[in-house]
Design a protein around this ligand. Structure first.
Ligand SMILES: Cc1ncc(COP(=O)(O)O)c(C=O)c1O
Length: 454
């Protein structure tokens, strides 16, 4: 039997009664040989999806799409998004449908069809192809699937940085403990506030050895707010890779979450080989959604950890062979998810596009620049984030002489109604994240409040 051909034919076929019978309605039914039912949004939901008077070019109107409490100035988008009205409406509508009849919508192949649309929307946004995108619940899940599953030959090493976040560092540690994969760690810059493209690229290039197969980095650091010059790193890797066999080329992998939804760039133009992000931070998408993108057929290099709930997976199980089919679908972890969130992802991209990627970028970085400039004027405040938008995005971090960071966060909230955080790193900082839900006047309020903390 030609299983590839067979699976392909089956994937296009309508639900197959024989298979349901074969599986006795047990796991076969659970894995979902079901019909996709897409109900039209209720009139109330549709009204919320396109609220009357919403003007995507008016920042007040954009802010009004969020149910963020008016008691606070919200400078912590980098943690978890509030859903704008169209995303809330899409989620609510899907939740109502699921509540009314979970099996009909949630059976595995029903999800496959809907998730296929979601993967297509993500792919279109990042400049990739649907088959290159696997859906996850978070950046953390995407990064874990990537570093847990990457197929490496004995002796091949992973190069990472001391500036990387827990998610990357801990995954590499787990990998090393499990498989003995060598992991080498370098510092990318000495002083984040004074970092340069040449410094970062030079340090990376000098650290690469013939054994380096994976370069595991984070696009925008969530401690200092440094944005790595991804394109220049990729360009510097190109001549190195040109001299290598395909199986030895350096794979450039990025945790991209703090650039995704801010930077007005097609992710495919960054030049990386893998890109992981959630959609629930700066993209203001449904909480619990994310993706892993592997350029071309790079997802083939990642061993699947969690079986997908797809036709390819199901028939591979029944017929006892490896799944054959669309890479991104096979690499998307199965199990039933919070589908009302996952299937509502396109609404977040619609919202983002309505407001405009370029305007969102300008709005975010102009406020970040204003904040950095204002904080830098205050005696005793040390901004560690680079001033240049070429090397930073929306995160702004600082230290304040003689002020405990946790106390600063509490006072900012209690006395000034400002929501900021400390960073979850050993060398922690006070961190702010202006976004499309904040205003330049609010940035000035933050500066005034910080000046009063000492
Ligand atoms: C650099 C970085 N990557 C990943 C995460 C985790 O993101 P997610 O919630 O999408 O897993 C964070 C913080 O939340 C982060 O700062």
């Amino acid at each position: 039997m030609n299983s590839a051909h067979d699976s392909q034919q089956r994937s296009d076929a309508p639900p197959i009664l024989g298979r349901r019978t074969l599986m006795g309605g047990g796991l076969g039914a659970a894995l979902g040989v079901g019909l996709l039912s897409v109900a039209a949004p209720s009139p109330a939901r549709a009204a919320e999806a396109a609220p009357r008077g919403f003007d995507p070019h008016d920042w007040e109107s954009v802010r009004a799409q969020f149910n963020l409490s008016d008691r606070y100035l919200h400078f912590s988008t980098f943690l978890l998004a509030s859903h704008p009205a169209p995303v809330r409406a899409a989620i609510n509508d899907l939740r109502d449908q699921l509540d009314a009849d979970p099996p009909t919508l949630a059976e595995g192949f029903g999800d496959e069809d809907r998730s296929q649309q979601v993967r297509a929307v993500v792919a279109d946004h990042i400049g990739g192809r649907r088959e290159e995108v696997a859906l996850t619940d978070s950046t953390t899940m995407a990064i874990s699937l990537l570093y847990g599953g990457l197929k490496l030959s004995p002796g091949q090493e992973i190069l990472t940085s001391t500036q990387d976040f827990y998610v990357t560092t801990m995954n590499l540690r787990l990998r090393k403990e499990r498989d003995g994969t060598p992991v080498r760690t370098i510092s990318l810059y000495d002083d984040p506030a004074r970092v340069s493209v040449d410094e970062i690229v030079g340090k990376i290039v000098r650290a690469i050895t013939p054994k380096t197969r994976v370069l595991a980095l984070t696009w925008v650091n969530s401690n200092y707010g440094v944005k790595l010059p991804a394109r220049q790193i990729a360009d510097a890797l190109a001549p190195i890779n040109a001299r290598r066999k395909e199986a030895d080329k350096v794979l450039f992998c990025l945790d991209g979450v703090h650039g995704f939804g801010i930077e007005d760039v097609k992710i495919s133009d960054l030049g990386c080989d893998f890109f992981a992000s959630s959609i629930h931070k700066w993209m203001f998408g449904p909480r619990g959604t994310g993706f892993l993108w592997g350029r071309g057929d790079n997802l083939n290099l990642v061993r699947v950890t969690i079986p997908s709930f797809t036709r390819a997976g199901y028939y591979a199980w029944v017929d006892d062979h490896a799944p054959v089919g669309e890479l991104g679908a096979i690499a998307s972890p199965g199990g039933f998810h919070s589908f009302e969130h996952r299937w509502a992802v396109p609404s977040a991209f619609d919202f983002h596009n309505a407001v405009g990627a370029s305007r969102i970028h300008q709005r975010t970085v102009s406020q970040a620049s204003r904040l950095k400039a204002g904080l830098s004027e205050i005696r005793g405040v040390h901004v560690v984030t680079p001033q240049s938008p070429a090397l930073s995005a929306g995160i702004v971090s600082c230290l304040i002489d003689g002020v405990d960071l946790d106390a600063a966060v509490q006072r900012l909230r209690a006395d000034f109604g400002i929501i900021a955080t400390t960073t979850p790193y050993k060398d922690s900082h006070l961190r702010f994240g202006p976004s499309i839900t904040t205003f330049p006047q609010q940035v000035d309020q933050v500066v005034k409040a910080v000046a009063k903390l000492r």
